[in-house]
Design a protein around this ligand. Sequence first.
Ligand code: ZN
Length: 102
Amino acid sequence: MAKCVKCGSETQLYVNDSPICVTCDSGKAKAAVASTNLEQARAKWKAAQQEFEIAEAVYVDLAGDNPDGSRALKNANRLLAEAGAEYREALREFVTGKSPQR
Ligand SMILES: [Zn+2]
C-alpha cells in the first residue's frame, strides 16, 4: 500500500498521481474552500470600503445635517462593519482551518 505524501499514513487514494490519505485530501479541499471564502470576503469588504468613502464624500459635500446624506453614511458604515466582520471570520477560518461558529 502507498503512503500519504503529507502525513505518511497508508492510503489507496491517489490525487494527481501522488498517494494522499482521505484526511489530508479533505483538509486540502477545506483549505481551498476557505481560500475562496477569503477572496470573496475581501472583495466584499473592499467594495464596502469604497461605498463608505463615496457616502462620506457626499455627506461632506452636502455639509451638515442632510437627512439623506446621514442615512446613506450610516448605511454604508453598517455595511462596512458587516463586511469587515465577515472578512475577519473568513481570515480566521483560512488561518486556523476551522469554520467560524455561528
Ligand atoms: Zn495524509
